[in-house]
Design a protein around this ligand. Structure first.
Ligand SMILES: *Cc1c(COP(=O)(O)O)cnc(C)c1O
Length: 384
């Protein structure tokens, strides 16, 4: 009997959602409309009533958040934005996109998130924002983060692309942990815990005009009741469709269940992974993290490419999220070098993402763990 391939992630879309998407397709209105408005209202509810606007990607929300925060507008101002080098490259690309300069702070090797012990020293008068990332869904310590940001009056744009459904000290990620001047960005990419296929949402600070956010989202257009329009700001093309919003509304009903299932599966990994394999496990947080990913670090000397191939041979999909981004050619060309952020480099070079998604069964976890042991053993054989 051949076992089906187990990918590292797979979305769960229920039949009711599929039927509702079909209704939208038949309705005659498929781009931004009533479904987007309903999705935004549901997201705002989730975030404690804060204003939320939907976008066609998480990347777009980050770029618009930077623009709304006034970052990089004046090319001569030398604006800098602090973030982590261990994230999806989108987090840093948007900083370049708005004409600012990324400043990386190495990670804490335990949480694999930005090292809060080193954050404050990186803040200068040019620092216009901090973009923390909740890697794999493990929240950055909000208390310490906002204490540092508040002390220096620096705005925070939370890249919560991976932490929708997670919480910090019993409060949802998406609510405000600062003074209300913080943005929160979510991604609804196909692999994220809640998906719209592609999409994102931006939670807005108290001091930002949601109307301006809407104009930056769609060509800067301002419409008047008499049918006229004006364009007073350079906006992009970042609106979400009603098709996508309908998927999001269907997904929201399952969010709690998805998160609970992911936490149980993560516990199973901790129970079943043989400590003698020498894998470095993530932080065992089963109440705050949404377990967007289950990432282990391979033992020193393991050939990661060989390991991934060995797992694939056993029907198991393994991902890499992510190599330290300052070593990509684009960033090397800006002057970043090997050795700049050694913790992020070590994690980036040894990390692998094991399968974890709500539809997985407990026996899938067993399968992964058996394949892990075999693949690591075959790795050692091939090296000797
Ligand atoms: C997915 C992701 C993004 C970008 O989201 P998109 O919806 O793909 O544009 C940004 N930051 C992080 C950490 C992500 O995981």
């Amino acid at each position: 009997m051949s076992v089906p391939f187990l990918p590292f992630t797979r979305p769960s879309i229920d039949e009711d959602t599929i039927a509702k998407v079909a209704n939208v397709l038949r309705s005659g209105w498929i781009t931004s409309g009533p479904k987007v408005a309903a999705f935004e209202a549901a997201l705002s509810d989730y975030c404690g009533g804060r204003p939320v606007r939907a976008f066609n990607s998480g990347t777009a929300t980050l770029e618009v958040a930077l623009r709304l925060a006034g970052v990089g507008g004046d090319k001569n101002a030398g604006d800098t934005v602090i973030t982590t080098p261990l994230t999806w490259v989108a987090t840093a690309n948007v900083i370049l996109e708005v004409g600012a300069t990324p400043v990386f702070v190495d990670i804490d090797p335990v949480t694999r998130n930005i090292d809060l012990d080193r954050l404050e020293a990186a803040i200068t008068p040019q620092t216009r924002a901090i973009i923390p990332v909740d890697l794999a869904g493990l929240p950055v310590d909000r208390e310490r983060l906002y204490a540092i940001a508040g002390k220096h009056g620096v705005r925070v744009i939370e890249d919560a692309a991976q932490s929708f459904g997670a919480s910090w000290q019993d409060r949802r990620i998406g609510t405000s942990f600062g003074d209300g001047r913080d943005f929160v960005s979510f991604s609804f990419h196909a692999n994220k815990n809640l998906t719209t296929g592609e999409g994102g949402a931006l939670v807005l600070p108290d001091d930002i005009d949601p109307g301006l956010c809407e104009r930056l989202r769609l060509q800067g257009v301002r419409r008047f009741p008499d049918g006229g329009m004006d364009v007073d700001v350079l906006g992009g093309k970042f609106n979400l469709t009603d098709i996508a919003a309908t998927i999001g509304l269907g997904q929201l009903k399952h969010l709690e269940g998805f998160t609970a299932r992911r936490r149980l599966l993560a516990r199973e990994y901790f129970r079943r992974i043989d400590p003698s394999l020498g894998l470095e496990l993530p932080v065992a947080d089963f109440t705050q993290s949404n377990w967007h990913m289950f990432q282990v670090l391979l033992p020193a000397g393991t050939d990661r490419g060989h390991f991934i191939a060995a797992m694939k041979q056993r029907g198991i999909g393994v991902g890499v999220h992510y190599p330290a981004l300052h070593l990509f050619s684009l960033y090397r060309a800006l002057g970043f070098r090997e050795g700049d952020f050694p913790e992020a480099e070590r994690v980036g070079a040894t990390t692998v993402t094991l399968p974890l998604f709500p539809a997985m069964s407990d026996s899938d976890i067993e399968r992964v763990c058996a394949a892990l042991a075999e693949s690591l053993a075959s790795n050692l054989r091939s090296a000797s």
